[in-house]
Design a protein around this ligand. Structure first.
Ligand SMILES: O=C(O)CCC(=O)C(=O)O
Ligand SMILES: [Fe+2]
Length: 317
């Protein structure tokens, strides 16, 4: 079987080739021909001019954010204040990281949740009715903590140095962006600007997932990431231009979030759904494959523990 540019998963002793472990049972395949690629189906919100999260935002902007959070749980943002040049450099470094010799990545495979950085190859059930039948996802993930100020890369191995440098720079920017988004989301819930931010600062969790989806000879038979909701509060994601892979379930239909120049994809996870007392939605999404490689970097932010209770002011008594 033809090898795919010689890419080798970190957990494998052979170059990657499509084999039975990757093949999704027929009734759970992505049916790519049925996916909607209509750009207008997921909101695109322009943050131009919104720089100070401590000041009240224009009511139209607050409305756009709360509408997207309530009805979609997903949106894209443009003019978000993170330079295009930096986003390009980050995505380039993600690509280079997955071009490291597979032995170097294999050394960083770990089950230890406290590990600073680890590589993962997922093998997961895709059908609730058959929880023991696992399918290998056609993807690899590098998972590490991030922080806007503290040097989280000091424990990174030498081979991730240049990735570490750029992702630190990016994390500074994303810390500020998270503050602005949480301020808008708080205002959308009728709360004080800093209400959500203060809640997260009690016990913050920040993890990054750098995802690599290798070129796939038959994307219709595989999944990059199975359908899931993110358990955390907020995800801020950049994706490579070109191949489209991220898809969102809306009204029973899969909708592709095709890469949009200079945009970040924002989605809410289960914690924000709970904190907002169900007003904001955590939405099912998945990643599918292409004949070409795709990369993304998901920056997750939320609370360390699962959230049980909504923000007090949102509970009617
Ligand atoms: O690669 C993507 O676009 C999806 C990533 C994602 O859903 C995740 O890391 O949880
Ligand atoms: Fe996700």
């Amino acid at each position: 079987m033809a090898h795919l540019n010689g890419f080798q998963m970190a957990n494998s002793d052979k170059p990657l080739a499509l084999n039975p472990s990757h093949i999704v049972p027929e009734h759970k395949r992505p049916q790519l021909g049925r996916v909607s690629h209509s750009a207008s189906k997921i909101p695109v919100i322009d943050l131009a001019g919104y720089v100070d999260e401590t000041a009240p935002a224009p009511s139209d902007l607050v409305h756009q954010i709360s509408h997207a959070c309530e009805h979609y749980g997903f949106f894209q943002i443009i003019n978000h204040g993170v330079s295009d040049e930096l986003c390009d450099r980050v995505l380039n470094e993600v690509t280079l990281m997955f071009q490291l010799p597979h032995q170097e990545r294999a050394r960083l495979i770990s089950e230890d949740p406290s590990e600073g950085v680890k590589f993962l190859n997922y093998s997961v059930p895709v059908d609730d009715a058959a929880p023991h039948n696992k399918v290998s996802m056609w993807s690899e993930c590098a998972n590490h903590i991030w922080h806007p100020t503290y040097d989280f890369t000091s424990q990174f191995p030498e081979c991730l140095r240049s990735y570490g440098e750029v992702v630190r720079e990016f994390s500074k920017e994303l810390g500020g962006l998270a503050d602005r988004l949480l301020s808008l989301m708080s205002q959308g819930l009728g709360l004080k600007n800093d209400r959500l931010k203060c809640r997260f600062e009690e016990e913050p969790s920040r993890r990054a997932h750098a995802n690599y989806y290798p070129p796939c000879p038959d994307p219709d038979l595989t999944l990059g990431l199975r359908a899931h909701k993110d358990p955390i509060a907020l995800n801020m994601l950049i994706q490579s231009m070109g191949a489209s892979g991220l898809q969102v379930m809306k009204d029973g239909e899969w909708i592709a979030i095709d890469p949009l120049p200079n945009a970040l994809v924002i989605n809410l996870g289960d914690q924000l759904q709970l904190l907002s007392n169900g007003r904001y939605k955590s939405t099912v999404h998945r990643a599918v494959n292409n004949k070409d490689a795709r990369v993304s970097l998901a920056m997750f932010y939320g609370l360390l523990s699962a959230v049980a209770d909504p923000i007090e002011d949102l509970v009617e008594v």
